[in-house]
Design a protein around this ligand. Structure first.
Ligand SMILES: [Zn+2]
Length: 249
């Protein structure tokens, strides 16, 4: 099975899609100041829109973007952990619940944003039937009716990318001691291959299988999204070409 990282095309002179966001999320764990490594940090990318924290007495505290001492973070994390899916990575900055905020303009069938968020138009949800690793969750953007009824895909961590081992992690907060920069998309290769069709192989990188390209190839192209082959041997273009998607390298 071949796998592809998705990114927006950069060679489109004038996009036909004008959609833009001002993003927020219902809840999130705060950032921390770690007493051991002395870093002040919050991660991005590990978000779980299916997780509902409305039953927690701490829900108000989890609505605010803030930075807290490590002990306070641990208390909040303990409250959240029983509610998260198995295999989830939960760290400072991890988000829960629906995407909120404002959206305006015209969105394509598939939206890749930041690029660690993956969203689809509701009409495409049925096409994901039988594919594994992604759960579509309604977003709650403030927008004009019909503008942004997008579904966010919850994609679980799994698999890994070669060469992004962040060294010995901090024994307290788990932060890598030397956060390695990601290789460019064209040079990215999988180390551990995911076992599902959608997988978060790094906090900011979602990969999809060739089965996803077969189902959504036309929509990805229409959405001005490039599928970059990250399978470990040298890529071939056949499977994606068959689906009508431009693949690089
Ligand atoms: Zn630390």
């Amino acid at each position: 099975m071949r796998y592809y990282a998705l990114r927006e095309r950069r060679d489109v002179e004038r996009s036909k899609w004008s959609g833009s966001f001002h993003l927020d999320r219902q809840w999130g764990l705060p950032g921390v100041k770690c007493p051991t490594c002395r870093e002040t940090w919050a991660g991005v990318g590990y978000d779980y829109p299916t997780v509902d924290l409305s039953s927690l007495t701490e829900r108000r505290e989890l609505e605010r973007a803030q930075c807290v001492p490590w002990e306070q973070f641990v208390k909040l994390r303990e409250r959240v952990l029983p509610l998260v899916p198995r295999g989830a990575v939960v760290e400072p900055g991890t988000g829960f619940g629906a995407l909120t905020g404002k959206a305006k303009g015209k969105f394509p069938p598939v939206v890749i944003h930041m690029p660690w968020l993956l969203l689809i138009q509701p009409a495409l949800a049925a096409r994901l039937t039988g594919l594994t690793g992604a759960i579509p969750v309604p977003t709650r953007f403030k927008a004009r009716p019909g503008v942004a009824e997008l579904l966010e895909l919850e994609v679980q961590p799994g698999g890994s990318i070669r060469g992004v081992d962040a060294g010995e992690p901090c024994r307290t907060c788990g932060r890598g001691d030397s956060e390695m920069p990601l290789p460019p998309f064209d040079e990215m290769r999988l180390d551990n291959v995911p076992t599902v069709d959608f997988s978060r192989v790094f906090r900011t990188v979602v990969v999809v299988s060739e089965r996803v390209l077969e189902r959504l190839g036309r929509e990805l192209e229409e959405s001005e999204i490039l599928a970059v082959d990250v399978t470990s041997d040298r890529p071939t273009r056949t499977s994606a070409r068959r689906a009508g998607v431009d693949v690089s390298p």
